[in-house]
Write a protein that binds this ligand. Structure first.
Ligand code: GCU
Length: 143
């Protein structure tokens, strides 16, 4: 199965902005979601065939406190209150991975802040696509 890099700056952002004022990101920047519960970033992952996919979410969370988020695929929460642990500062990035089923065709992967601090900063999702399908987001890399 191919892995597709889906840059957060190409995703749909509700309550947040794309920025580039911290080091170490991939692409042209990262998403800084507003510090509010309910803000989200939503990626589209296209799979050539239905099946299991691993989504590796690259993020940064500078403060010492953990941030939590609900991860939904096509409107269904598949990982509730997922912990994004501190990375110590905003220039350090870590990965949270989940494995989930994707449909053939386009899938919406939405990460919604579940705490008042909002989401961590998001850099990208690396998604393995069942069947080796390509990504859909313009300018993303097929790795
Ligand atoms: C700081 C940091 C941002 C981050 C924000 C937050 O303002 O510079 O990149 O998104 O904190 O608390 O989420």
């Amino acid at each position: 199965a191919a892995t597709n890099r889906l840059e957060a700056e190409n995703a749909v952002v509700s309550q947040g902005v794309v920025e580039a004022n911290h080091a170490g990101y991939s692409g042209s920047g990262f998403v800084n979601g507003d510090n509010v519960s309910g803000s989200y970033t939503e990626w589209t992952v296209t799979a050539a065939a239905a099946g299991s996919s691993t989504l590796a979410i690259r993020y940064s969370n500078g403060p010492s406190t953990t941030r939590t988020a609900n991860i939904a695929v096509n409107g269904t929460v598949v990982s509730a209150n997922r912990a994004f642990n501190s990375t110590g500062n905003w220039d350090t990035w870590a990965t949270v991975s989940i494995t989930t089923n994707l449909n053939a065709g386009a899938n919406k992967v939405r990460i919604t802040a579940a705490n008042a601090d909002g989401n961590p900063n998001f850099d990208y999702i690396d998604a393995t696509t069942p069947g080796g399908g390509g990504g859909t987001v313009t300018a993303d890399q097929l790795l």
